[in-house]
Design a protein around this ligand. Structure first.
Ligand code: DC
Length: 228
């Protein structure tokens, strides 16, 4: 059988979904580190499609060409870096332009479809922590643990703002808050795989929590459900 781990256990998946700038990327990466699991940053795939489209002059309205780009994406995740067409993409992938582009390309059903198999291929022993919007609902519906990680829009905007400044990128608090709200709206109202807490996902509100607290909370949930 596919995805077998040990004798009878499927390879565990921890699905962490939530809105932009909720801290789920940092939390997911640290949980993966602690458990020695693989890590899937699914948002990066949508960002890469937006970046590839901008480089190739493909309109973000052109669904067929975007889906074709997504299907042929030459992307590699290695050495703490993300590579597109053999070149490291660097911080540009985290810019607001790329964030907005990713949110727009992610609304096209055929683009999402084109990225499905690539995402599922990250499920390798000893386990996977996957972060995104539809990890628990679409990509890994049978995940061992599903977390919906969120925080208030203001706290998320504040975190994103600090992150951008730390990275030396230009940022303005009002613009960041507006962008966070805009992306929330687009990501949760799209027809396909909208951002939404599933009934089987545990809510983790990090508004008053540090990253470390959030990591410990996810690990504690995982210990409760860990099958092996
Ligand atoms: O997690 P992120 O901010 O890097 O994601 C960028 C955009 O990609 C986000 O606005 C919505 C989209 N996305 C998605 O639709 N589904 C995912 N699983 C991950 C990201």
């Amino acid at each position: 059988m596919e995805h077998q781990h040990g004798s009878s256990c499927p390879i565990p998946v921890i699905a962490i979904d939530g809105p932009s700038a909720s801290g789920k990327g940092t939390v997911a990466a640290r949980v993966a580190q602690r458990l020695h699991f693989h890590y899937l940053d699914s948002g990066a795939l949508y960002r890469l499609v937006a970046l590839a489209a901008s480089r190739a002059g493909v309109s973000l309205e052109d669904e067929p060409r975007l889906a074709s780009l997504a299907g042929r994406l030459d992307a590699r995740f290695a050495d703490d870096e993300i590579w597109l067409d053999g070149e490291p993409v660097g911080l540009g992938l985290r810019s607001e332009a790329c964030s907005q582009g990713a949110s727009r390309v992610a609304a096209w059903p055929t683009v999402r479809e084109a990225l499905l198999a690539r995402q599922r291929a990250f499920r390798q022993a000893p386990g996977l922590v996957a972060d995104g919007r539809d990890m628990g609902s679409v990509v890994f519906p049978e995940a061992t643990l599903k977390i919906f990680l969120t925080a208030s829009a203001e706290v998320r905007a504040d975190r994103r703002y600090k992150q951008l400044i730390e990275k030396g990128l230009h940022a303005n608090m009002e613009d960041v808050l507006r962008d966070v709200r805009q992306r929330d709206e687009r990501d949760s109202t799209r027809a396909v795989a909208p951002l939404k807490k599933g009934v089987d996902a545990r809510l983790l509100d990090t508004t008053g929590l540090s990253i470390d607290d959030a990591v410990e909370a996810v690990l504690a949930y995982y210990r409760q459900v860990c099958p092996c």
